[in-house]
Design a protein around this ligand. Structure first.
Ligand SMILES: [Cu+2]
Length: 225
């Protein structure tokens, strides 16, 4: 019995010692944390700064607040070649052939992001060099990535080509190999959009890039991931 009592008292001492150590560490931590706090609170709010251009500049016209971009959907065989072409500002980023068919300038799944100042217009010359039909459209998306075969079900289509004035049938049908169309989107409100192909299933398969219209952008540019 005495042995058990002795053992119990040792355990009690050990527990108390551990508790004291934990408390001491907590006190030291609290004291050093308070010392790390600034002596006086900040009295001035930081002045808003315009974001510096982090990507590559895009051709644009300040007088009519318009950005000009050429997008090309490349055939798989072209994508397997080394990149190096330039499409009016946007350097084509080939991605190891993974984005055969479903790409814009070799990019897919939002890896190309175009930044424009809020309320500016965007003119996209779109060339289809692939053997599948494709189209181009700007969608104010409600889902992070395309979920529906028809991407207009994942958001609001605000501009598209071909068939810009006649309805959205052209957006779903697309243009054939070697054909060119032009999409004009005027005064794009600030927000984040997809530029996606409207041919059923293509956006879901990765044929979309991103467009950001923002107050903090002073000069249009793009980045690629
Ligand atoms: Cu397509």
């Amino acid at each position: 019995m005495r042995k058990i009592e002795k053992a119990e008292s040792r355990i009690t001492i050990a527990v108390v010692a551990i508790a004291v150590i934990i408390l001491a560490v907590a006190m030291i931590y609290l004291v050093s944390y308070q010392r790390a706090l600034p002596v006086s609170p900040q009295t001035s709010t930081p002045t808003p700064t315009k974001a510096p251009i982090t990507g590559k500049r895009l051709p644009h016209d300040d007088s009519n607040k318009t950005v000009y971009v050429t997008l090309v959907t490349h055939h798989e065989s072209e994508i397997k070649q080394e990149g190096g072409e330039k499409c009016e500002g946007i350097h084509i980023m080939f991605d190891g052939g993974k984005e055969g068919h479903y790409n814009f300038n070799g990019s897919s799944n939002g890896k190309l992001v175009i930044y424009i100042p809020a309320e500016w217009s965007l003119v996209v010359k779109y060339i289809n060099e692939d053997d599948l039909p494709h189209s181009v459209g700007i969608i104010a998306n409600n889902t992070p990535t395309p979920r529906s075969a028809d991407p207009t079900k994942d958001g609001k289509l605000i501009a598209w080509a071909p068939d810009g004035k006649l309805g959205i049938s052209g957006y779903k049908e697309g243009i054939g190999q070697g054909e060119t169309t032009v999409m004009i989107a005027t005064s794009i409100p600030k927000g984040v959009y997809w530029i996606a192909c409207g041919v059923p299933g293509h956006a879901m398969s990765g044929q979309w890039i991103a467009l950001v219209s923002s107050d903090t952008v002073t000069e249009p540019y793009y980045i690629t991931a």
